[in-house]
Design a protein around this ligand. Structure first.
Ligand SMILES: [Zn+2]
Length: 123
């Protein structure tokens, strides 16, 4: 039996590539310029610290600590209940081109790490 694939006419349109496995994720350009972005995201986690001279902000029963990542420069504000110590919310801010757009909120960590390693080591 002959394959029907041979009957498909080739177009002169843009070449399409099927990408599988390693390197399948398109990482943000900023990850190449700032490898620490991928390091925080895939290897070490963020290195949160209180900046020197930091002062807690007190707003009624709420205490707010502003933390900065020593690696990537990301930041987060921890809103805590002073009496119970409960964390109320932790809004975060990341450098431009840190976030993974079009990959989803929770990509497969292994695939993400593999793509990061390809980026820093070359493929
Ligand atoms: Zn970080």
């Amino acid at each position: 039996m002959r394959s029907s694939a041979a009957k498909v006419a080739r177009s002169n349109g843009p070449a399409l590539r099927v990408i599988r496995g390693r390197g399948a994720m398109n990482l943000p350009v900023g990850w190449k310029e700032h490898p620490e972005y991928g390091m925080c995201r895939t290897l070490t986690g963020h290195g949160w610290a209180l900046p020197k001279g930091h002062a807690f902000k007190v707003d009624g029963s709420e205490v707010i600590a502003t933390l900065v990542c020593r690696n990537c420069g990301g930041g987060k504000r921890m809103h805590m209940n002073r009496r119970t110590g409960a964390i109320l919310k932790t809004p975060r801010q990341y450098p431009p081109d840190y976030l993974l757009k079009g990959i989803g909120r929770s990509p497969n960590k292994g695939k993400l790490r593999s793509a990061y390693l390809d980026l820093v080591l070359g493929t």
